[in-house]
Design a protein around this ligand. Structure first.
Ligand SMILES: C[S@@+](CC[C@H](N)C(=O)[O-])C[C@H]1O[C@@H](n2cnc3c(N)ncnc32)[C@H](O)[C@@H]1O
Length: 265
């Protein structure tokens, strides 16, 4: 939903993130390290980062492993933040950025050794189709890795409707067992699922570390300007802060990794 100057409109969560220039996933760098270690990343890996947001993981991998990364996001604004970050971090030559929807990626099948996404599938209604598309572009024997948040307990939170509205899709957050079932049905081999509780204070520290102080200060400047000038952003921020903090105690995240079978008979 575009940001508007009306008084009743509410900006979508991702539109707001794109305007401000901040994205994040649960677990910060440690979760990304865990995910990519399970995917056996190394210097020679051809990696696809799906739903790259402002490009923190892409630039991190290019710096740490020196590998080539292709990164896609549906939002041109996110892709442009990623481009800026890649230049600022001196790794623009290692990263190819593409505006694309993960449900129909503009790549031939069997291209990448590792296809990963973090905090992206919760914004997609058709999660099995999204996983299939990630699998399609992975080489046989390559890895698909996903990091997503979910409800820990089976009793769906009373805030499910509010969460779905913020994330912009029905079937946004699944339960832990919903994710496990989805993963088992993925057709991937050697599936692994590492489950973690969400710790709010750690998430705040991780977010600062993930985005970086210099970037955070600039993003806060943009956020304050938007808050002052765009009612749609003001309404969205107020709605998100109406969340009781204990909702988070019912949330966890999972690092899910599986291997595309070598052959499909
Ligand atoms: C919460 S952000 C996470 C970004 C990044 N992975 C990170 O960890 O910082 C979710 C991202 O997924 C992107 N996204 C959501 N749905 C998508 C889709 N169908 N195709 C491609 N990107 C999508 C959004 O534009 C946004 O940049």
């Amino acid at each position: 939903m575009p940001l508007t100057h009306g008084t009743q409109e509410r900006a979508g969560f991702l539109d707001m993130q794109a305007e401000v220039g901040i994205t994040k996933h649960p677990g910060g760098y440690p979760a990304t390290d865990e995910l990519l270690a399970l995917c056996h990343i190394d210097t020679a890996s051809r990696v696809l980062n799906v739903g790259c947001g402002i490009g923190v993981a892409s630039t991190y991998l290019a710096r740490k492993f020196g590998c080539r990364v292709v990164a896609i996001d549906r939002s041109p604004q996110m892709v442009s933040w990623s481009q800026q970050r890649a230049w600022e971090e001196g790794v623009a030559g290692h990263i190819d950025l593409v505006v694309a929807d993960l449900l129909a990626m503009p790549f031939a099948s069997d291209q990448f050794d590792i296809v990963f996404c973090e905090s992206v599938l919760n914004f997609v209604g058709d999660k099995p189709r999204a996983i299939d598309e990630c699998k399609r572009v992975t080489v046989p024997g390559g890895y698909v890795g996903i990091n997503e948040m979910f409800w820990l307990s089976e009793a769906i939170s009373a805030f499910e409707g509010q969460v779905s509205a913020i994330l912009g899709t029905q079937q946004a957050l699944l339960t832990k067992s919903g994710w496990q079932a989805l993963w088992e049905a993925s057709g991937l081999a050697e599936e692994t699922a590492h489950i973690h509780p969400v710790d709010v204070s750690r998430e705040v520290r991780d977010r600062i570390h993930w985005v970086g102080w210099r970037w955070i200060v600039r993003a806060w400047g943009r956020a304050l300007r938007l808050y002052g000038t765009k009612p749609a952003v003001r309404n969205a921020i107020k709605e998100q802060f109406r969340f009781p903090i204990d909702v988070m105690s019912n949330m966890g995240y999972g690092v899910f990794v599986g291997r595309k079978p070598l052959s499909t008979f």
